[in-house]
Design a protein around this ligand. Sequence first.
Ligand code: ADP
Length: 484
Amino acid sequence: MKFVGITKRWFLSVASVVILILISVSIALLLSIRSYYYSVADMALDSYSAEEISANFRLYGDAATDGFRAAGRNFVENFPDKDSMAVWIIDSSGNIILSSSGFEIKGKVTMPDYETALKGENNAKWQGELPSGENIIAKTCVYNYSDGSHAGAVRFMISLEQIESQVIRISIVIAIVGIALFALLMFSGSMFIRSIVNPVKSVGETAKKIAGGDLEARIDHYPYNDEIGELCATINDMAAKLSVTDRLKNDFISTVSHELRTPLTAIKGWGETLLQIGETDPQMANRGMSVIINEASRLNEMVEELLDFSRMSSGRMKLNIERIDVLAELDEVVFAFRERTAKNGLEIIYNVPQIPAPATADASRMRQVFINVLDNAVKYTEHGGKIVVLAEIPNPATLVVTISDTGIGIPAEDLPHIKEKFYKVDSTIRGSGIGLAVVDEIIKLHNGEFEIASVYGEGTTVKITLPLTPADSVAEQADISEGE
Ligand code: ADP
């Protein structure tokens, strides 16, 4: 992982805070442990209060018999905390006469706690260094004989060296745990950062590729369903849509140029022929003129289709809604096709209920739907074939029109794409490939359904389902709006 960008920013901001927290927590912990040990030592000293101990000494004589020395010896010999504490017995002149460590202590020793105790202080404690350099915490208890004369003192001492070395050992453990924690945090953090940085990098690289024209570039699968996952999905979706748009643009250019070339060649060819023959061959001139007119009207139809397509793509296709009889429009279209079907040697069977199919719809768009579907049925059915147009009204609010043919059919692999713009099964057959896309859009705008089923080599069936608005439902709606 490179130490740049987000990784660097994360490291600098998180690592510094983590280090600061770990150090502060460690120091606080150490100080508390240290003060705990000190307070334990303090409590151990406190457990030897003057009152408790004086009971030991009262048993032994008085000033005359120097009972304190004997009592002191006995006390030191039976002292239970020898392991953790040292005891000195100090005579009335301030000399250390006995030590629990067994070593003789010679000369004057500075004992501020002893001085304080002599002044009558009950809890005389002191922390400092012995002449040997050892750091101790000490407490002195002073004793008087029953006649009031000063008998001596007992000094209890706890070495702080042990506590300090214990604190050092704990500091090392805390430091090791702290470093391990820091390493763990950095490791898990770097894994997390990596899980963000890598996909973001891949998003950037893919976006660059897309911008460079590689519309097939996609971001690799991202396993989490989070914001980054959403971003990856959005970029992939955007690339897919751009790719579709690009394909559409290419299809559009190739289809339009191909479709325009055929009629234009015919018009140009016949125009030149007409120019050459002048008025010498009126029969030929007539033929040429009719070809030119036919091809021009084909061009016109194509331009109209393309305009529809452009309106459809930009969402500008507007409906001129009125109350119409859909079956009357179907009648008209089928009638107009009779001549063409007869010319192509096709049988047309037309069976519709003899009642109106009232709907609020755009009459010319409805005709366009039927024309596009019937045009395909005629175009893709060979001589001798049959076209069946059926309509039924299963309930007063629904009209179902089916137009089937016994034509070439559509291969199963092409069927799912057939409603797509510019999609053609066979690009050599004339046609813009947008007829069914326009049908689909018009039916959707009328809240209807458009399905196409086909068996390759056997024929195709188109089913159009449209909502009807019978007179009573219109009256009901009018009543409701009047009531409002
Ligand atoms: P076109 O103007 O090319 O006919 P359409 O959008 O109307 O465009 O149809 C798209 C494609 O669907 C056609 O090119 C054709 O291959 C196929 N198709 C549509 N209707 C039929 C049909 N009745 N029989 C066989 N193929 C059909």
